[in-house]
Design a protein around this ligand. Sequence first.
Ligand SMILES: Cc1cc2nc3c(=O)[nH]c(=O)nc-3n(C[C@H](O)[C@H](O)[C@H](O)COP(=O)(O)O)c2cc1C
Length: 192
Amino acid sequence: MTVQAPLPLLDRWLREAEQSGVPEPRSVAFVTVGDGGQPSARTVLLKRVEDEALVFTSALWTRKARELDGNDHVALLFWWPTVGRQVHVAGRALLAERELAVELFAERELSRQVQTLVSRQGEPLEDLEPLRARHAHLMDVLETPPECPPDWGAIRVIPDAVEFWTQATDHLHDRLLYERADTGWRLTRLSP
Ligand SMILES: Cc1cc2nc3c(=O)[nH]c(=O)nc-3n(C[C@H](O)[C@H](O)[C@H](O)COP(=O)(O)O)c2cc1C
């Protein structure tokens, strides 16, 4: 039996979450693994669902980007409480082509573009005020949107496994696990 690839279903669930009014349905926990096997998690905003990959953006000097350099195994976890759905994605991450980063940077609102310029996200900081002043100054004087910084990029996650979880009122939740197989995808239903 041919099993459909899972990302079109994830795309449909995202749109259904949006239509149901789930707040920030594209916010997703992104987990990397650092030196010594220590996992770390943070929220990112999903920008694209491609046929074979999920895409978000990040500054490339950050902890998540550094950890990806050493270990490309990652996980993503969506939870949409008001529709009772969760999706877990496990796979590999890689830096997307520069053109995609440039395109996605251009889509950011100006204030966020400027935030990327003024803040070295994750670096220690004594005081936020100088950053605020620089942000406000650039918002005043910039006549054209800034260019995508060279150390800012798009990350593509290629799934090896995607689990779709649907809440049931009797707690016998439905769990459908798609796993990459030699010639396509294997589908297994898991006990709740
Ligand atoms: C709703 C939400 C969306 C976010 N989206 C992103 C994003 O798309 N990319 C990103 O790098 N950080 C995003 N952040 C900030 C990250 O959660 C995190 O603080 C930052 O990327 C630094 O993480 P790191 O030091 O582990 O790399 C978001 C935070 C929230 C709460």
